[in-house]
Write a protein that binds this ligand. Structure first.
Ligand SMILES: [Zn+2]
Length: 192
């Protein structure tokens, strides 16, 4: 957005008899502001008014916004965005681990104490590892893969179709009855 200001920074307000009365007039595009400026300059000496960008086109900020022509199109960018856009960034250090998204997490005081102790000063690294672990467990464990191993083993041992189908049916039942953790314990606590 653009506004017309006096060259001394003076703010011009609308004198129209409508809801804009008393408000600063904003122009959607640089061209519209340019048109209005030309219109004003017919009745005013030149250089009394100038076009000022109100917001950065990129971030909406207003810190030292300046108009830059990008492919012949006037764009308003704040100081920060100008630096970011026109400085070619060289990759530094390790490559990015992915897309950064902000989250807000509510936990009890004790949970935070526990988390911060584990995180050793790097909460995002710790939480990333927690997610990776959860993902790993999910892809590692599959009831179908487990049945596949059992069927392959049973076939190798010469079990007939009836026995194998009984085994599969029983295993399907056990999947519902026991957690992965419990099943793991049955194996590790057994003598097999
Ligand atoms: Zn900006």
């Amino acid at each position: 957005m653009f506004v017309l200001r006096g060259s001394n920074g003076q703010i011009m307000t609308s004198t129209a008899w409508d809801e804009t009365n008393g408000q600063e007039i904003e122009y959607e595009t640089y061209e519209q502001a340019q048109e209005a400026l030309e219109e004003f300059e017919k009745s005013l000496p030149k250089n009394m008014l100038r076009i000022v960008a109100t917001e950065c086109d990129r971030c909406g900020g207003s810190d030292d916004v300046a108009i830059i022509h990008v492919n012949d199109e006037p764009k308003a960018y704040c100081q920060n965005c100008r630096v970011e856009m026109f400085t070619k960034k060289k990759p530094v250090g390790r490559p990015s681990v992915g897309v950064t998204k902000k989250v807000s997490l509510t936990l009890s005081e004790e949970n935070w104490e526990w988390l911060d102790e584990k995180a050793e000063g790097n909460r995002s690294k710790f939480l990333r590892e927690v997610v990776w672990n959860a993902l790993g467990n999910e892809s590692e464990w599959s009831n179908y893969a487990c049945l596949g191993y059992a069927i392959a083993g049973a076939k190798k041992l010469g079990y007939d179709d009836k026995k194998i189908s009984e085994l599969v049916r029983e295993m399907l039942w056990q999947f519902d009855m026991k957690t992965v953790e419990e099943a793991k314990e049955i194996y590790t606590d057994s003598e097999y």
